[in-house]
Write a protein that binds this ligand. Structure first.
Ligand code: SAH
Length: 230
């Protein structure tokens, strides 16, 4: 799975993806993340990417032109790569919009299966000129019912969630294939934790070694993860 991100803040992505599971997945070439600085695709000396909205109103709208130029470059590099490697590529283009389709684990799973390349277009200001969606036949995703200042966090969230669905990214311990019970009530050492003179104990059943009972306990305590379809 190869991710391509169009953004005016490419640096935002560096620290998050330089750590932990995602960084290992990049190193082992299971995924790749390329960011493209949208301002590099402008033609004026001020490197502007936005203008006033028709019809008035506050804020600015991101122009079609720099975005299209950037996406074209990405598409060309994807084509070139598939020619060189003689592989078929399947590209999905996503625009982030708080009003878009609500992203979830099911979408992540299907996307990981179906596509080889995803281009994420991160909005800022009041959003992106609506013609970008039409011209690129892009889908619009939202990551929740709230408004963020930009599409960079949504891009990171979606890349993280989709990467988990790519085979080999999670180690055995966290493996999705395992039919383990996902519980939100988990405990680790110590067995008894004392706080303000009160003792907080690990439920006895978890110490019993009886896996049938443990599974039953976890099933009862199962959080939404199970239903989300880990
Ligand atoms: N007035 C705009 C707000 C845009 S917020 C509106 O109501 O649509 C600026 C950008 O942040 C958006 O273009 C989008 O790319 C991103 N964004 C903000 N909240 C988001 C959310 N919940 N999910 C996905 N993207 C979001």
């Amino acid at each position: 799975m190869r991710f391509h991100v169009v953004t005016i803040f490419p640096n935002m992505f560096e620290s998050y993806f330089a750590e932990s599971i995602i960084s290992r997945a990049i190193q082992s070439k299971l995924i790749s993340i390329d960011t493209y600085a949208l301002r590099d695709f402008t033609v004026d000396k001020h490197r502007r990417v936005d203008g006033r909205p028709y019809g008035g109103g506050p804020g600015m709208v991101m122009w079609v032109d720099p975005i299209l130029r950037c996406v074209e470059k990405i598409q060309k590099s994807i084509e070139k790569r598939s020619k060189v490697k003689n592989l078929k590529s399947k590209v999905l283009i996503i625009i982030f919009n708080p009003g878009g389709t609500m992203f979830n684990n099911k979408i992540a799973k299907e996307t990981a299966k179906k596509y080889t390349d995803i281009i994420f277009i991160c909005g800022r200001y009041e959003g992106i000129d609506a013609r970008v969606k039409k011209i690129l036949k892009a889908k619009e995703w939202s990551i929740g019912e709230y408004v963020l200042t930009g599409g960079e966090l949504p891009a990171m969230v979606c890349m993280d969630v989709i990467s988990r669905q790519v085979k080999g990214v999670l180690n055995d311990e966290n493996s999705l294939e395992e039919t383990r019970m996902a519980s939100h009530e988990m405990y680790a050492r110590p067995e008894v934790y004392e706080f303000n003179k009160k003792k907080y104990k690990v439920p006895k059943v978890l110490l019993s070694g009886n896996h049938k009972l443990i599974d039953e306990f976890r099933m009862k305590k199962e959080n939404k993860i199970g239903k989300i379809g880990n």
